[in-house]
Design a protein. Structure first.
Length: 387
């Protein structure tokens, strides 16, 4: 029996597939068929959106605006965690346009075996299972509740891929080898276990970010002794891979900087590379940027417009850079604390200029069992930077 809701979602799913094709996000008819066939609203029955005040509101996706949202190129936040001062997103259903771009970038063929790291809602697993069949699709997630919910909803739709609760960096060795590994979470370094679980010539697509906003999707191919490849042209970002609490590195104690005298000077390096020049921001993390640095903006008290870019490190070091340049293109800089947070940015900017302003596809990674490094233009270049 076909219900009104069935009709509502089916034409919306076909419309979404048509839109992704028209935008150039997908070109493979097999993926277009999968997008049109998978009822995303069943896998994401509820989602959270922030209103104009920044407050999270819950909505259902089985009717009205929620159903329209489910079949749009939109990330749907599906899980929130309570923090001391706010609620933070910890899981989501990735934008369909990004997922299909990743599937196409991996050049997945029929009969390939695929491991999806980050089960989430199960939407990616459903697309994979629709094309490849259940036996060729495995997926893992650290959150058992997410895995079980995805398993139930996928089964209701007739999909039965292999799902398991695991720390993503361990992979799923008992079902290896795989032809492709797709990660919908970011990692500071690529787990070597993934390389060990790939067939020769296999590929990994993962968001490599040693710092917040600092990195991009990297498509890496399996060679006998290494993974190697380049970053993709379009920038993308995923939530950081979560691990079990006992495996977390304790936070760096904060240093008391109340008595530290501010250090003021000027800089010719443009401010806020984390938004304006993400290649430089990645390079900064490979040029000595401390771990755990957060970024932000300070508003002008009179105009309430952004006036200063800010960096803050766990040890209490700070940097504030004026967004307004002087007539000679210099920005006022003030730093406090034991470390200079702006010097790595300046060194990274010089490196970027020395290499003729490279964009993402000119940057690549070589991953071995013991070393990981970034290079520009060619993996054999003598100048490279360890991750």
């Amino acid at each position: 029996m076909t219900t009104h809701l069935d009709t509502d979602w089916t034409w919306r799913a076909r419309r979404l597939a048509d839109e992704l094709e028209a935008r150039g996000d997908l070109t493979d008819p097999a993926w277009k068929t999968a997008v049109a066939a998978v009822p995303r609203h069943v896998l994401v029955p509820e989602a959270h959106q922030q209103d104009s005040t920044g407050t999270w509101q819950q909505l259902t996706t089985d009717s009205g605006g929620g159903l329209e949202l489910a079949y749009s190129p939109t990330t749907l936040v599906t899980q929130l965690a309570e923090r001391e001062t706010h609620r933070e997103s910890t899981s989501s259903s990735t934008k369909p346009d990004l997922i299909v771009r990743m599937l196409e970038a991996l050049d997945i063929h029929d009969q390939h075996r695929v491991l999806a790291v980050g089960t989430g809602t199960g939407y990616t697993s459903a697309l994979l299972a629709h094309r490849l069949g259940d036996r060729n699709v495995c997926s893992i997630d650290i959150d058992p509740a997410l895995v079980e919910a995805a398993r139930t909803r996928l089964a209701d739709l007739g999909y039965h891929p292999t799902l398991d609760t695991r720390d993503g960096r361990d992979g799923l060795a008992e079902h290896a080898p795989y032809d492709r590994i797709l990660a919908t979470c970011s990692v500071p370094r690529v787990p070597w276990s993934w390389a060990e679980q790939l067939n020769p010539g296999g590929a990994v697509l993962v968001d490599v970010k040693p710092g917040t906003h600092a990195g991009n999707l990297a498509l890496l191919h399996r060679h006998p002794d290494r993974l190697e490849g380049r970053f993709t042209e379009r920038w993308a970002a995923f939530m950081t891979m979560r691990h079990h609490p006992h495996s977390q590195t304790p936070p760096t104690p904060r240093t008391n900087t109340e008595s530290t005298e501010p250090r003021t000077r000027s800089t010719t390096t443009p401010p806020s590379p984390w938004w304006d020049n993400r290649v430089v921001w990645l390079l900064a993390h490979l040029h000595g940027m401390p771990e755990g640095v957060t970024v932000g903006m300070r508003l002008d008290p009179h105009t309430q417009q952004p006036a200063t870019a800010t960096l803050t490190a766990p040890d209490g070091s700070t940097a504030e850079v004026s967004l307004t340049a002087s007539d000679d293109s210099r920005h006022e800089l003030t730093e406090t604390g034991p470390a200079s947070l702006w010097e790595p940015v300046e060194r990274a900017h010089r490196t970027w200029l020395e290499h003729d302003r490279p964009d993402w596809p000119r940057l690549g990674l070589t991953i071995t069992a013991h070393h990981q490094r970034l290079w520009i233009d060619h993996p054999d270049t003598p100048r490279h930077w360890p991750l």
